[in-house]
Design a binder for this molecule. Structure first.
Ligand code: PGA
Length: 251
């Protein structure tokens, strides 16, 4: 069965004290209000993954890394490898985020390597796709997303992609306050599910969690999550504030 999932992508925000006090407060509120925890994944910055994982130990909330390097180890100054993250108990990673593609020139070729190394070390992958504003204006949004999937994930077998989560994040909606309407998002999610149906069959397509990301807030989350093919969200800005994030979780 496809799962409903909410992921907080903190990007380069929250220092040590903000991270730890946020997580402790979040746990407290979740337990007090009996909120189903299985759905919640938090992606803090690298230096705080270890402590974050420790704080969430024994709960069903989990931690994801925002990135990994594509090599096992070596002379890559400033980078963090998959085995390093595994050694501190991290089992989930976000890959293909548009900010990584744009600012760190992550190409499809690099992403294939990152998927391979993540699979080698047993990570669950949250993989992002999404079109630019120009793509959409030129009505190329479906073809762009199809290409992103065909040139990365679709090289892998059904067994390999079994635990993947897809996040559809239209680039024009990320951090801009311009959310896709529920109809626009649903249309793309349905399309992505059909691509998975054609490639991997009905079972995988039906089981696939497809999250929406891009200016989700406490006002628009509910309508987005009501859509048939939207199985949750990847939340940036609005996950930084605990109260706002909780409202989104409860949506
Ligand atoms: P946003 O970011 O919610 O701030 O638009 C979403 C994301 O980039 O994952």
């Amino acid at each position: 069965m496809k799962k409903k999932v909410i992921i907080a992508n903190w990007k380069m925000n929250h220092d040590f004290y903000e991270t730890t006090s946020y997580l402790r407060n979040l746990l407290k509120i979740i337990f007090e209000n009996k909120i189903n925890q299985k759905k919640i994944i938090i992606a803090p910055s690298f230096p705080f993954l270890h402590i974050s994982n420790q704080i969430l130990q024994g709960t069903t909330l989990s931690i994801a890394a925002q990135n990994i390097h594509q090599m096992d180890n070596g002379s890559y100054t400033g980078e963090v490898s998959a085995p390093m993250l595994r050694s501190i108990g991290i089992k989930k990673v976000i890959l293909g985020h548009s900010e990584r593609r744009k600012y760190f020139t992550e190409t499809n070729e690099i992403l294939i390597k990152k998927i391979k190394i993540a699979l080698k070390y047993g990570f669950n992958i949250i993989f992002c796709v999404g079109e630019t504003e120009v793509d959409r204006e030129k009505k190329k949004h479906f073809i762009t997303v199809k290409n992103q999937l065909e040139k990365t994930i679709f090289y892998f077998s059904l067994e390999e992609i079994n635990s993947f989560i897809i996040a559809y994040e239209p680039i024009w909606a990320i951090g801009t306050g311009k959310t896709a309407t529920p109809e626009i998002a649903q249309h793309m999610h349905q399309y992505i599910r059909t691509l998975f149906l054609n490639k991997y069959g009905k079972r995988r397509a039906n089981d696939l969690s497809i999250l929406y990301g891009g200016s989700i807030n406490d006002m628009n989350a509910k309508d987005l999550f009501l859509q048939k093919d939207i199985d949750g969200g990847l939340v940036g800005n609005y996950s930084l504030n605990i109260k706002k994030f909780l409202k989104i979780i409860q949506s």
